[in-house]
Design a protein around this ligand. Structure first.
Ligand SMILES: N[C@@H](CCC(=O)N[C@@H](CS)C(=O)NCC(=O)O)C(=O)O
Length: 245
């Protein structure tokens, strides 16, 4: 059995380490449930893909044991297969669609997956002033202006998944809780509502994940950095008085 290439998720952190350690690899995440006949039906195909495509990485997630992970990949039902590259979703198959899963796995194994990646190119990441987005109407807009406006919308701005009342990712939920516990007033933007902002801000600030916290328009950090800054007392020194309760 070729098991080395498959991570059977036991802890959420294992997934994020795998994603962060393998930015160039395409990772196929299979969200399943043991009770679902459709998941059982897709299991043998998933095992076959593991053996057939050693250049891909594979993760199997019991969706009900990892609800926050499933939510953060917008999994509404199982089975769901999400292809991730450079921390962004590049393709997905919802449901027991074996031909489509085989087609996409082959495409990514041949290295064609990057063509459809939603993550801005390395060039865009290196030159944020060139970041542009094409809307469905084919209208090119300077995303930079919009991101600048959004990051300055409040003295403390949190870019999160979901809303403060209903966060849709564990990391965002923890950040919101920490800010509230420390009496910090903040504006927020739900990046799940706008993929241009979600991907564009990563390039703009050269930071690949969410949550992202901005103070006076400057990226202060993701969750780990904010936690450290709270522990050292630095965060409260950085937050302007107008944003403290
Ligand atoms: N250790 C990170 C954790 C954040 C993280 O890994 N976020 C992931 C999953 S929610 C993410 O934003 N991935 C990119 C995306 O979903 O666009 C931190 O300090 O903020």
């Amino acid at each position: 059995m070729a098991t080395t290439n498959v991570l059977n998720l036991a802890k959420e952190e294992e997934l994020y380490s795998l994603l962060q350690d393998n930015p160039e690899a395409t990772i196929l995440i299979f969200f399943s449930a043991s009770w679902s006949p459709q998941c059982q039906q897709m299991g043998p195909l998933f095992d076959e893909l593991v053996k057939k495509y050693p250049t891909l990485r594979f993760v199997k997630v019991e969706a009900e044991d990892f609800e926050e992970v499933a939510e953060s990949y917008e999994v509404a039902a199982v089975p769901a297969f999400v292809f991730v590259r450079k921390l962004a979703i590049v393709d997905r198959v919802d449901g027991a669609n074996a031909p489509e899963l085989s087609r996409l796995a082959e495409k990514h194994a041949r290295g064609q997956g990057s063509a459809s990646t939603q993550f801005p190119s390395a060039q865009a990441a290196a030159t944020p002033s060139n970041v542009t987005a094409t809307t469905s109407a084919g209208f090119k807009q300077d995303l930079n202006t919009r991101l600048k406006e959004l990051t300055h919308r409040a003295p403390v701005m949190a870019f999160i998944k979901g809303t403060p009342a209903q966060p849709r990712c564990g990391f965002s939920k923890t950040l919101v809780g920490l800010l509230s516990d420390h009496g910090i007033k903040f504006g927020y933007f739900d990046i799940l509502t706008d993929d241009d902002v979600r991907q564009g801000l990563k390039a703009y600030s050269n930071w690949p994940t969410y949550p992202q916290l901005y103070i006076d328009g400057e990226l202060t950090g993701g969750l780990d950095i904010i936690k450290e800054m709270i522990d050292s007392g630095e965060l409260m020194e950085t937050v302007p008085a107008s944003a403290r309760n």
